[in-house]
Design a protein around this ligand. Structure first.
Ligand SMILES: *[C@@H]1O[C@H](CO)[C@@H](O)[C@H](O)[C@H]1NC(C)=O
Ligand SMILES: *[C@@H]1O[C@H](CO)[C@@H](O)[C@H](O)[C@H]1NC(C)=O
Ligand SMILES: *[C@@H]1O[C@H](CO)[C@@H](O)[C@H](O)[C@H]1NC(C)=O
Length: 430
């Protein structure tokens, strides 16, 4: 655009200039339309995962913004993409990156596949990484294992055919991994209530009674001999559930035939961290609403719906009454497997925050947060190499590790783009 202004001053207002300007407008508008068409059609392609969510999940909002600008036909705004990035940098308050100390990240061997909305459990020196979208049209149905002792990705084995492929609830007692409900299939398909158990010693799968109703990305944790499952989204993928159920489990088996009703969580919704520490259960962050299947779409094509991301923190203790704790430093969601417990604190990496209030685009989070259990306070202890959501996080031998998720478009643009398989680590000490 700087060019246009220069031309304008050089040639002043001649009719030639007007003709040049109009031609340029037409060409640029045409280019924009072609780009939109390519974008729209490319979301049907299953090959390149780099286009899946950013172009796809973001399409509606992007188009609205772009059209609005084109319609206003001020010469500054016709060009589109480059100029559209400007507002992202001007974010204020809640939406902005929070100043954070530098952490030196070391690149580790990437995971065998890229993953969005996958799940993970660390058991000692092994990191079990489950399921997830590879692209919006393709979901994984296997487990990859990373070995922290020699920093290699090794074994891979299949999940049961009936198990969900994303938005799972997971918890472990150190040997058995419980895998609860979740979405079955790609795009924005329906959920399953079916729930499974992996014995990590034998690599055998078994099942436990299905949830009373299926949930997408419910908060899930083992606490006092019972598996607790709460929140998540209901069957349509969008409506927040507040139900809370539990079932007694031991050594990978359910000791009861049915899930028991527990005290509902004050605020519903998916994609929250659920952590048990010091015999208390914490539920951190999350959102209300999510993408849902376009009505009548034979492939259950995802379409964006209203979402509210929140910073809320809730806790259950002996009293079995939900207590409200200090909120996260900013609203944050998609952190269900993005946390570790470290020295009486909870460390959370990345996520998504509230959408940009002007462009309505999604904004990813790049901070590393720490919640101190002794003082019940939050701090920001560093920044990831990029903003990223649904990372899978672990801690081993002094290092904080993360892998997978969907990263931003670059330092100046916090919108989601590529689904990654990268793995990084950084040395942490408080
Ligand atoms: C169009 O742009 C001008 C100048 O930036 C602004 O004052 C005006 O409100 C805009 N009109 C609409 C309809 O957005
Ligand atoms: C993990 O790596 C260590 C060190 O190489 C090795 O001794 C161990 O057997 C590995 N564990 C698995 C399950 O592969
Ligand atoms: C946790 O505490 C132990 C013992 O005080 C210390 O050695 C270790 O470095 C701490 N870990 C982190 C990540 O700071």
């Amino acid at each position: 655009m700087a060019k246009f202004t220069q031309n304008h001053t050089t040639y002043s207002s001649s009719s030639t200039l007007k003709w040049v300007f109009l031609t340029c407008c037409v060409v640029l508008l045409g280019a924009a339309l072609i780009a939109d068409f390519f974008w729209a059609s490319s979301s049907y392609s299953s090959s390149a995962y780099s286009i899946i969510t950013s172009s796809h999940f973001e399409k509606t909002a992007t188009l609205v913004v772009r059209n609005a600008r084109v319609n206003n036909a001020s010469q500054k705004e016709v060009v589109g993409d480059k100029n559209e990035r400007a507002p992202e940098r001007l974010l204020s308050g809640t939406f902005a990156d929070i100043p954070a100390p530098d952490l030196p990240w070391e690149e580790m061997p990437p995971a065998p596949v890229p993953r969005l909305d996958g799940a993970a459990i660390q058991i000692k020196n092994l990191f079990y990484v489950f399921a997830g979208y590879g692209t919006l049209d393709y979901v994984h149905s296997h487990v990859d294992i990373f070995n922290f002792s020699d920093n290699t990705w090794g074994e891979r084995f299949d999940m049961p055919k009936e198990m969900g492929h994303s938005h799972l609830g997971v918890a472990s007692d150190g040997r058995y991994i419980y895998v609860i409900s979740g979405q079955y299939g790609p795009q924005c398909r329906g959920p399953t209530a079916r729930s499974f158990v992996l014995d990590t010693e034998t690599k055998r799968w078994s099942s436990i009674p299905p949830l009373p109703s299926p949930r997408y990305a419910p908060a899930t944790q083992l606490w006092r001999g019972r598996l607790h499952v709460m929140g998540g989204s209901k069957e349509n993928r969008h409506t927040p559930g507040v139900d809370h159920w539990s079932i007694a489990v031991k050594d990978g088996k359910a000791l009861e035939k049915k899930w028991r009703k527990e005290v509902p969580i004050p605020r519903g919704g998916p994609h929250r961290a659920c952590v048990v520490i010091n015999d208390r259960l914490f539920v951190i962050g999350g959102q209300e609403g999510d993408f849902m299947a376009k009505p009548g779409s034979p492939i259950f094509k995802c379409s964006r719906r209203h979402e509210v991301v929140y910073a809320d923190v809730y806790m259950l203790d002996d009293e079995m009454k939900w207590k409200v704790l200090p909120p996260m430093p900013k609203p944050n969601s998609h952190v269900e497997c993005a946390w570790v417990i470290l020295n009486n604190s909870i460390v959370i990496t990345g996520g998504t925050t509230e959408k940009n209030p002007i462009t309505k685009r999604m904004i990813l989070v790049g901070e590393v947060f720490q919640f101190h259990l002794d003082s019940m306070t939050w701090s920001v202890i560093g920044r990831l190499p990029y903003r990223v959501k649904t990372t899978l996080t672990a801690f081993w031998d002094g290092y904080l590790y993360f892998t997978s998720g969907q990263r931003d478009r670059g330092p100046d643009n916090p919108q989601p783009r590529q689904v990654v398989k990268d793995m990084f680590r950084t040395k942490l000490s408080f």
